[in-house]
Design a protein around this ligand. Sequence first.
Ligand SMILES: [Mg+2]
Length: 225
Amino acid sequence: MYKYLLFDADNTLLDFDTAEKQALRETLSASPLGFSDEIHSRYHIINDNEWKRLERGETTREKLAVERFVRLYDEFGMDGNEYGAATAKQYTDNLAHQYQLMPNAEKVLDTLSRMGYKIYIVTNGITKVQKSRMKNTPLEKFVLHSFISQEMGCAKPSPVFFDKVTEYIGDGDKSKYLVIGDSETGDIAGAVNAGMDSVRVTNGRDVQTAATYTVRELTELYNIL
Ligand SMILES: [Mg+2]
């Protein structure tokens, strides 16, 4: 019954947690601040706080990307205004060459594409980072197109984002689409808003979800498709 599979990228197909950890280590090691476990854990506290500010509408995604490093320098007694922007840019560059995959991602996309499903990516990431990462993973050959929020000017969970996806694909029948992702607020809420069915990928956790289906990891998609 489904024809088009709209996969989220980070922590659904690509292992963002590992990518982030590695990119941060590379970035901070080469920065005036240096890398330590203390600085690393401080970064996460600041980053979480900035994301909460974004949800409350107190900052923008672009400001957040720089401000988290400005604050990190400030907290360790260095001039964030002097170093923050350069470190933020370096972090984006380093993140763009992290290609770690979630378990079985390649095998599952291979199988699903052989079964005849049309596979797309729907991601709220930064265009430069996501394009570079997808291009350098073995997943690229299975993906017909990547829809990236930054270049579309709208983001999940907005129905505008999903309208643009169906418009591009050229099939407005929502019952043929299945959204697959790990984020309740982005992927699943987006699918609900768009009138599409969805699969919440829990990555082994127990969660409450409004999704049509729940899987603990990607191979369980075979039970649905
Ligand atoms: Mg995700």
